[in-house]
Design a protein around this ligand. Structure first.
Ligand code: SF4
Ligand code: ZN
Length: 735
């Protein structure tokens, strides 16, 4: 490593550590040692510190230990008389930098809790999103694991002009990378430049403004560190494995735009620990490969029109970009983009016009592969700000195609269309909603391109289960109305078939082992009446997934002889479980949380728990971050039971599962439900009502307490008694 840059980095690290010390002393004077401190809604404390040291910072007083670590890590200051440092010194200084920055940011959160926004979106008067909470980590982090996002670019500073910033951002988006933005250069910031250039920013479009200061860079490293712990199953404190996981699996790099200050150099040195190289647009001394990375650590003086290509080349990133022949950019980075107000060229559905999407199977000779028809006006026939009715009908034929696969392909339409830049899609079936922007139309986007997208992508992802596909897009009102009628009939048949399936009448269940990558003993058994606990896989999805990929994570499990019909235990399932959990479990029960419940991984949508005093159960969804009557918040529950273990009294489950007939049926089922968050009640309200009627207690939903009634057992019991909740009259839940 160039000794000059190492000296600069070390000076920067000193400055940042000293800043953290000063901020900490002031904070202690103000609030005392016992003041709670941390980032919002996370089970990972201050994640870089937790990951590297295995140390939990929960109170201001805990920081003292970390500051001592920082001091110990800081190499001797560089002076005339002192020999110049080596790479190892700079890396240690970089690590101390990130510990110190995490402390500074945690104190920022305490001092001004509203400085950073929560959630995925920016607002007109604040664009800084701060630390990603655990909901975001799960949602976005899995994309790093499944390859939808190969990695991220951490951008420091600002480009010379907003237009150059926009070009760089767009190039990175097209490579499916996330862009984390921090720091300032000559009074300008990259994220602000994007806003100025009219580019949408936020998690949804993968352009994430973390914070205005260089300190906020630590949020990027915190995200990467948590990904290693959460998805790589690495224990906190096992810093070596965490750093290696990142080096090998998260393709990230730092892009420094503007004069590299001492603080920037310290951050850059820190990032090299994670295996993330630095690409700069200014002339700074370059650093050639050593043991840490096999590529250059620092590459400087790269022109802006080459900087993305160079970064990708240096980091050795193989970007899998599928070419879809349409005139706008296409990829997952554009999925969350919105089209609003004056930008709208065409709108369909959303309650304004009829719109429907329908995948249906045809005979082989009825389908001409790749044929796309627009029946009625095309975009080129209508003026800006038009409303059109629309029916998207996808006709499929294949020797091995089954009608059961229709809904699975239909569900892809939403994200596949959304991937097109300038096209927004919401909903499905007959409540779909589409907007096409003026910018997309100006580039030549037409309705026929929807067909092009569906043909290309469905073939690519599901080619194994069908042979031919054609798309008809109707925009003629009478025709659309006819298709809506036909589609509704098909939906009714489909729903009745799935609703009518029972565990008893099905001989083969499916496994899902996807989560074993981070919860090695976890095995989901998915039956028609128990969906996967993450909410992403039902029995039908698993069946299709198996057909598409016979050696994949979803394997058929012949249920075999019934061991216990009430608890939901079968011989074939037990045998499969024993093998798939590598001998850790020889049985569990699908329908109980009291008796040897199914294992739970970290990504369940909800967690149910026994409330002994109320003789019932509660459940809480991931989005609800407040206290629950179990005495634990969702994150604590997930941290306690979510590692692929079976914990009597607790179980993870999907939202959909709550209204399925087998939901905890061995423990009394839905009638035992005494508490759930209001937002969850509202979300599943219609199905909840229907199931309550089926159970003969039509007003059950009004008897279930929520946080407006109370968040302790003591507080909700009088309410349950007053309402005459059925759980109170049931057998004791714990015998
Ligand atoms: Fe598969 Fe279960 Fe993980 Fe969902 S929670 S991905 S169904 S293993
Ligand atoms: Zn999981």
């Amino acid at each position: 490593m160039s000794r000059i840059i190492a000296s600069v980095a070390i000076s920067g690290a000193y400055k940042i550590v000293e800043k953290a010390e000063t901020r900490w002393k002031t904070a202690i004077a103000k609030w005392g040692k016992n003041e709670p401190i941390g980032f919002p809604n996370t089970a990972y404390y201050l994640p870089v510190i937790y990951g590297m040291l295995g140390y939990k910072v929960e109170k201001l007083g805990d920081i003292e230990f970390v500051l001592k670590k920082c001091r110990a890590l800081l190499p001797p200051r560089v002076s005339e008389t002192h020999p110049l440092p080596y790479l190892g010194h700079a890396l240690d200084a970089g690590m101390a930098t990130y510990f110190a920055e995490e402390i500074i940011e945690a104190i920022n959160y305490r001092e001004n809790p509203r400085f950073y926004l929560t959630g995925e979106d920016v607002t007109p008067d604040n664009i800084w999103l701060g630390a990603a909470d655990d909901v975001l980590l799960r949602k976005r982090g899995v994309e790093f694991v499944d390859g939808t996002a190969p990695g991220f670019a951490a951008i420091l500073g600002a480009a010379p002009t907003p237009q150059i910033a926009a070009n760089i951002a767009n190039e990175l988006q097209k490579k499916n990378l996330y862009v984390f933005m921090t720091g300032e250069n000559g009074g300008k910031r990259f994220a602000e430049q994007l806003v100025e250039a009219g580019v949408q920013i936020g998690w949804g479009v993968r352009l994430v403004p973390f914070g205005p200061d260089v300190n906020a860079t630590v949020f990027a490293l915190g995200f990467a560190t948590r990904a290693a712990m959460s998805f790589g199953g690495i224990e906190p404190g096992d810093y070596h494995k965490i750093l290696l996981y990142n080096k090998n699996r998260i393709f990230a790099f730092v892009m420094a735009l503007g004069a590299v200050t001492e603080e920037w150099a310290a951050n850059a040195a820190g990032a090299i620990n994670w295996g993330f190289p630095v690409i700069a647009d200014t002339a700074i001394p370059e650093i050639l490969p050593t043991g840490i990375t096999t590529y250059e650590h620092i590459v400087s003086n790269v022109p802006h029109d080459k900087i993305v290509a160079r970064a990708i080349e240096v980091r050795g990133l193989k970007v899998n970009v599928t070419e879809v022949p349409i005139p706008v950019a296409y990829g997952p980075a554009f999925e969350g983009e919105r089209v609003r107000g004056d930008d709208i060229y065409l709108e369909a559905g959303g309650g304004r016009t009829p719109m429907v999407e329908w995948v249906t199977s045809k005979r082989m000779h009825e389908v001409e592969d790749g044929k796309i028809e627009v029946i009625g006006p095309e975009i080129t026939d209508i003026p800006a700000k038009s409303l059109l009715p629309m029916a998207i009908k996808v006709e499929i034929a294949g020797r091995h195609f089954e009608t059961d696969y229709e809904p699975i392909l239909e569900r892809q339409i939403h994200h596949l269309i959304n991937y097109a830049q300038g096209v927004m899609h919401i909903g499905q079936r007959d409540i779909a909603w589409l907007r096409v922007s003026k910018q997309a139309v100006a580039k030549g986007f037409m309705l026929k391109h929807i067909g092009v997208i569906l043909h290309a992508k469905l073939h690519q992802d599901f080619g194994r289960i069908f042979d031919k596909l054609q798309v008809k897009i109707y925009t003629d009102e009478t025709k659309v109305k006819q298709i809506v009628e036909q589609a509704r009939e098909a939906y009714a048949v489909r729903d009745a078939r799935i609703e009518g399936m029972t565990d008893e009448s099905t001989e083969t269940y499916y496994s899902c082992l996807l989560c074993q990558s981070f919860a090695p003993s976890h095995v989901c058994i998915i039956s028609p009446e128990r969906t996967g606990l993450c909410g992403s896989y039902n029995w039908m999805d698993c069946k299709a997934s198996y057909e598409i990929n016979p050696t994949g994570p979803n394997q058929p499990v012949p249920k075999g002889e019934t061991v216990d019909a009430k608890l939901g235990q079968w011989k074939g399932v037990n045998e499969f479980l024993f093998k798939a959990s590598r001998g850790k479990f020889d049985h569990y029960n699908s329908y109980s949380l009291i008796n040897d419940p199914m294992t739970t991984c970290g990504c369940c949508e909800c967690i149910a728990a026994v409330l002994p005093m109320c003789n019932g159960i509660m459940t809480v969804n991931r989005e609800y971050t407040q206290m629950t009557p179990s005495g634990m918040k969702f994150t604590t529950l997930a941290g306690t039971i979510g590692g692929g273990i079976s914990t009597p009294g607790f179980v993870g489950h999907g939202k959909y599962n709550i209204c399925q007939r087998k939901f905890l049926s061995a423990d009394g089922g839905l009638l035992r439900m005494v508490w759930m968050p209001k937002m969850l009640k509202e979300e599943i309200g219609d199905r909840l009502k229907a199931r309550a009627i089926e159970l003969g207690v039509p007003d059950l939903i009004d008897m279930i307490a929520d946080e407006t009634i109370g968040t302790t057992e003591d507080a909700i019991l009088p309410f349950l008694t007053e309402k005459g909740h059925p759980a109170l009259k049931m057998d004791p839940i714990i015998g």
